[in-house]
Design a protein around this ligand. Sequence first.
Ligand SMILES: O=C(O)CCC(=O)c1ccccc1C(=O)O
Ligand SMILES: [Mg+2]
Length: 310
Amino acid sequence: MPYKLQFQVYQYPFYPPLQTRYGIWEQREGIILRLSDETGRVGWGEIAPLPWFGSETLAQAVEYCRQSSTEINESDFWAIPDSLSACQFGFHSAWEDLQNPSPPLTTPAFSALLPAGEEALSAWHSLWQQGYRTFKWKIGVYSLEQELNWVRQLAPMLPQDAKLRLDANAGLTWEGANQWLAVCDELAIEFLEQPLPVNSFDALLALSKQYQTPLALDESVATLTQIKYCYDRGWRGIFVVKPSIVGIPQDLREFCQQTQIRTVFSSVFETPVGRKAALKLATELSDPNYAIGFGVNHWLKAEVLPQCQV
Ligand SMILES: O=C(O)CCC(=O)c1ccccc1C(=O)O
Ligand SMILES: [Mg+2]
């Protein structure tokens, strides 16, 4: 039975703009998909590319949607190339939603994304009051000296049962990573995400064996193809999974079940459409010992989110 495809490109601003090692990110752009079948069932999906992480660009995703026929079949969902991993996720999640639209029952706890730099020293407090117990702070944004100084203030001021994880977004040198990890061990940091660039796999593996603080790969494992590559080369630390760019959800389920990898699921600032699909997968597959990185809604204003009406 064929499905009817409709899609709409969206964009919305962050409030405030988001600062990471890659610079300032002002707005999110993506595509909302709507599938329907002849019996009247409807499924929603979202393509939320993250090109600097290695997914396709928005333009490539739009091109793929445009050249798709408005009548598509199940076999088309499986034929989306691995180079379009955000499209794979968007189409498959729309198709899964059409077949079974129920939301996840109980989602794991969320980690709240703090602002980079000194602002984190005050920003955690209202997030704590909102109920967050795990916080993530971006590093590699300011100088090493400044950031080490701030983290030595931040970690001890958090309540006893709070956890703090750090994300370097591939921005440290070998020496910098060693300096950071020595401090992470001292401060009992929950884990350090992607200290070194994607092309430094051997160095990342070596680092992961030298310190108590666990390491998580993120940029290195943006897609399922990359997850498999790093697993085959011996990575047994944490894999950050960003469902929206990982590829086909069913393939990820099968890989996780076969290998029992340790995963921490993470948002890419999807709209509620992509978020629902990502949370469903996170509820099924994320390691229960770690909060998932979906505490990001304080960076968005509900009023500007796109309405799901294609
Ligand atoms: O995972 C989280 O805790 C929050 C989301 C996050 O940090 C993120 C969001 C968009 C793009 C990249 C990243 C990242 O983990 O590097
Ligand atoms: Mg990260």
